[in-house]
Design a protein around this ligand. Structure first.
Ligand code: GCU
Length: 656
């Protein structure tokens, strides 16, 4: 297979600074087996990296007393759990100390990152332990090769109902292991057609190959499961989790799966959601459904990751009582404490669906007795389809840092369980459609490993490894990335209201596109104002938060303004803290958003001599599409609200 994909941030090309050479000429292993899959992959990575960057071919030596090299040592230190490592430099060699093989792998990737960033290794002394236990990616790849909400080509896991296993699979495992990912779900949460058969012998051989490749990089493989599998795979005519026949069918199925695929991480389940079947169909709770599977998976050490994206997707837009934002909490809170310990509830960051701005879901941390995993989306479904630049790490940091109650952040709630992202990869040459979108993949992994890293630090690492260590490049690209989310927000839907997108496609504006639909995603604009009243006088959603947040959101005066329209129906003439009226704020931000995109384009063009030609050209093309998109949003949103309100722009700019 001809390699037609880039190396992203594992770009082991020649590096000017050869200071680090003295640490890379030989390797000695103490307490680890060079033939185990993880260690041999780690060594291979080290050899490949230093050969590419520093031009040396290190040798593996038996003598412990090494010079100019790397010493890898197994230690028993409770302070450094399995995945962690300690890296220390002595005069003429470096030590990586770890208690487990994964720690060695991560230590080597850390070392290579330092070299890639042209940072000297002299004097280094760090201990690195992941902040979050499970750091996972969810692929929404279908077996026919398409990707639900995929914006960078088709799947590199599936094609025409077959599983692909090739060199790219291994490169993918290397890439995500290098940023600390330790779990991957390879198939779409909407499990239909051939995907239902992934848990049958038809696919075992190929799934096993994928599982083993990932295992060699410390990554557990998971599968998305169809809750109605018994009906579709010739089992009983029911999926009722209390039905003995159903239970015994699953018992047999799971036994077959684990016999063929030992070490499989477990299953991800989207049940009772957007047309997917689930326990509600049989009058059972979500806990009944999840526990049935969990009980059967327990002997194999498998997890049931159960999604909480359960809401009524056939709502009547005339009905102002039903509030989709309430649904996750309302559907799950009563079952808090009912789940077995190998069940994890996977909860989207916001109560709606990955909008550019949402409050944090009150279910996160609302649950007290249940394992919770945070789900975010780096596939840019509502944030520009990897055409528009939108660096999402600042958003993820806001979510993790949110104090859902005094002294407890979302990070505290999920750290012992997990953090996952719906991924943005596909088989495009550059993996992510827009080269700059790879910063989100990189950033998600790095953040999940180390939540105290700033969005700027992560951006800087990514730029240095992927594009260049040149100072101007770093500063210009960093500025583009760090401002991109706010720019996107400025030209799209204002102040937390969300949506206003082209239905189904979810790219480009259509202010009323979902206003009279079944999906529960309304902005409720009229001639006087805009926004959804989710206060105690409205849908009561604010009461799902702990204090002080509940009161803070409930009062229009204390509600954070970036979320104003999510929580309140606000008159156009309402005066914001900036002194501007709401309508003027809408006009101003939309004009600004477009100007900011133009500014980004100018900044990018200034780097033409410094960025690899292919990347420069492709990103430039995407920017020109982003500009068209931004203008369309600006004009449609401004015109819509001008026509609704009849209020003119104070600055007399063009509105249609
Ligand atoms: C969104 C998205 C769907 C996806 C769903 C989910 O609604 O548009 O394509 O299936 O989220 O998270 O399950």
């Amino acid at each position: 297979m001809e390699k037609n994909w880039t190396s992203l941030w594992l770009k082991y090309h020649a590096k000017a600074s050869r200071n680090n050479l003295k640490f890379c000429e030989m390797v000695h292993l103490d307490g680890f087996n060079e033939r185990s899959a993880i260690i041999s992959n780690a060594l291979e990575e080290f050899f490949r990296g230093v050969n590419g960057m520093l031009g040396v071919k290190p040798s593996l030596i038996k003598e412990a007393n090494i010079k100019n090299g790397l010493r890898i040592l197994r230690i028993a230190d409770e302070m450094i759990p399995d995945e962690g490592f300690r890296l220390t430099a002595e005069a003429d060699h470096i030590n990586i100390e770890a208690s487990g093989e994964n720690g060695v792998l991560y230590g080597i990737f850390f070392l290579l990152r330092q070299i890639l960033m042209e940072k000297p290794l002299d004097g280094i002394n760090i201990t690195s332990i992941p902040d979050i236990k499970n750091r996972m990616l969810n692929h929404w790849d279908n077996l026919d090769g398409s990707i639900e909400r995929g914006y960078s080509g088709s799947s590199f896991f599936f094609k025409e109902n077959k599983i692909l296993v090739n060199e790219r699979t291994k490169d993918y495992a290397r890439l995500i292991a290098s940023i600390g990912i330790n779990g991957v779900v390879i198939n779409n949460v909407n499990v239909k057609d051939a995907a239902t058969f992934l848990i049958t012998p038809a696919y075992f051989d190929e799934v096993r190959k994928l599982k083993d490749i990932f295992a060699g990089y410390g990554i557990k493989l998971f599968l998305s499961l169809n809750f109605a599998a018994p009906l579709e795979l010739g089992g009983p005519d029911s999926a009722d989790p209390f039905d003995e026949e159903v239970i015994s069918w699953w018992r047999g199925q799971i036994a077959t799966v684990y016999e063929a695929l030992p070490g499989l991480g477990g299953f991800l389940v989207k049940a009772d959601s957007e047309g997917r079947p689930g326990p509600f169909t049989y009058g059972r709770t979500q806990a009944d459904g999840a526990n049935m599977l969990a009980r059967l998976l327990k002997p194999y050490g498998g997890l049931v990751i159960w999604r909480c994206f359960v809401y009524n997707c056939t709502q009547d837009w005339r009905d102002r009582k039903t509030d989709r934002a309430r649904a996750g909490y309302d559907n799950f809170i009563k079952t808090d404490g009912d789940y077995l310990d190998n069940v994890v509830l996977q909860i989207k960051n916001g109560p709606m669906d990955f909008q550019i701005r949402e409050p944090v879901s009150p279910l996160l941390g609302g649950l007290k007795e249940t394992n919770q995993m945070l789900e975010v989306q780096i596939a840019q479904e509502y944030t520009g389809h990897q055409i528009d630049v939108c660096y999402l790490v600042p958003m993820f940091k806001e979510v993790l840092g949110f104090n859902h109650q005094s002294d407890e952040t979302i990070f505290d709630v999920i750290k012992k369980i997990g953090f996952c992202a719906v991924t943005n990869t596909g088989n495009d040459e550059n993996w992510t459609g827009n080269d700059l979108a790879a910063a989100n993949l990189y950033g998600f992994g790095r953040l999940a490993w180390s939540v105290s890293l700033t969005a700027a630090e992560i951006a800087e690492e990514w730029i240095k490894m992927t594009l260049s260590c040149d100072e101007e490049t770093v500063s210009v690209v960093k500025k583009i990335l760090l401002s991109s989310r706010e720019t996107y927000e400025k030209y799209t839907s204002p102040l937390g209201i969300g949506w206003m997108v082209t239905p189904h496609l979810h790219y480009g504006p259509s202010v009323d596109g979902y206003e009279y639909s079944l999906w529960g995603t309304y902005h409720r604009s009229d001639h006087l104002g805009i926004g959804v009243d989710r206060t105690l006088n409205g849908t009561g959603y604010t009461s799902q938060y702990h204090e002080p947040n509940a009161s803070l959101y409930d009062d229009i005066e204390t509600c954070p303004e970036e979320l104003l329209l999510f929580f309140h129906h606000v008159p156009y003439k309402y005066v914001l803290k900036s002194g501007k009226t709401l309508i003027q704020h809408i006009y101003d931000t939309h004009f600004e958003g477009v100007l900011e995109v133009e500014e980004m384009i100018r900044a990018w063009e200034g780097l033409s001599a410094k960025i690899p030609a292919q990347v420069f050209k492709l990103v430039k093309e995407r920017f020109s599409l982003q500009l068209i998109n931004a203008k369309e949003w600006r004009d449609q949103v401004n015109t819509y609200f001008y026509r609704k309100s009849g209020i003119k722009d104070e600055k007399g700019r063009e509105i249609f």
